[in-house]
Ligand binder design. Sequence first.
Ligand code: SF4
Length: 457
Amino acid sequence: MLNGTTAEIKPRTALRINPAKTCQPIGAMYAALGIHRCMPHSHGSQGCCAYHRSHLTRHYKDPVMATTSSFTEGSSVFGGLSNLTQALKNIFTIYQPDIVAVHTTCLSEVIGDDIPMMIKKATEDNTIPAGKHVIHTNTPSFVGSHVTGYSNMVRSIIKYLAQSSGGTRDQLNVIPGFVDPADMREIKRLCAMMGVNIVMLPDTSGVLDTPQDGHYQMYPKGGTTIEQIKGMGDSIATLALGHFGAHPAAAELEAKCNVPAGFLELPIGLTCTDKFIDALRQYGSTDVPESIEEERGRLVDLMSDLHQYFYRKRVAIAGDPDHLISMVQFLVELDMQPAYVITGTPGQHFERRIKDLLKEHAPNAVVKQNTDLFELHQLMKQEPVDLLIANTYGKYIARAENVPFVRLGFPILDRTGHRLFPAVGYTGAMRYIEKINDALLDQKDRECEEEWFELVQ
Ligand code: SF4
């Protein structure tokens, strides 16, 4: 009430409070790390690069290497050509990568730096040594999110490097969305169990989950090699896992090299993993081995064993769109009740797909793209939920509302398991069942303890 009248509350349109996303270059930097012997390069000021590296390092608990054009006031006025040229000279001399993957920052985008022209010039004046590669993608952070940046970089890798020789290789391309190294490792494990020969791009397993051997490796063993990426243009087909993170790259490869694209969702939960396995079966002309059927059977057994704990529990979930599209399907499979589903990444497909998934099971669910965690918190205050699933930043909401909390997605800064244990596949689904069940039962235990404490007072 304002002066005795009801004040009109207008919905926020521009301002974001606690965004459910981070900036584009983080995704581009992460994707570039999935190429073997690649140095990600941030074309902008040092602060951007320092933030992106530290955010990735805090999530993956491994050192993240990247270089920067180190813009100053002069570059902001005259453009970043001389900075990038000098940077490339230094990088190839000092760090000796096979490839440099340049992404832009807000500042260079606002200036309007022409990166392809700069790369062309660097090639012509031999700043780029023979046999080495420099690629780029544009990642203006005032649009999209880290998922957009990831998707842009993967698409650019294909655009620059994939080639068609006219022949066909007996291999399948797999392009995962923005998932952790453990997820990439799990996807490769499932493909190997199916007996399907794949090239995965990007592949950060073996890069950001390296074993401790006492020696620092600037370029660890993992990552997709340049030769493998070139050969992707001759593959039988591409499986792209995630509308936002992976589909654009597969579409690019189809347009460039005529490699048929299969568009799937991230293999999180029962149905989405089933679809992935079935696609491998069809494209790989193979049968599903008993070992995979047994894994699936164990998941189904666990789902039915614990059904009574999940039934009709209201869930709020926030995160990256590809994760949420698959995780919401899994929650429905568990007979849970998604009540609020929000992402900070813009894209109408998200709302359409989630509403379609929930139209019978939870038709009143609030589904929003391009929004923030503040709005999610307000929704939870109006009508509470039994569980919150989100990245690390969700914990403050969970604490304030005394709601059980499960971490999912990026970033997770205050826990470690995500780097080593997958969210994808039947194994990942079992892991998340355990997490959800533990969170719900821990809350129940706390409530029982409080009741008992009150009784004995
Ligand atoms: S200026 Fe742009 S690119 Fe740099 S940290 Fe901020 S949002 Fe990200």
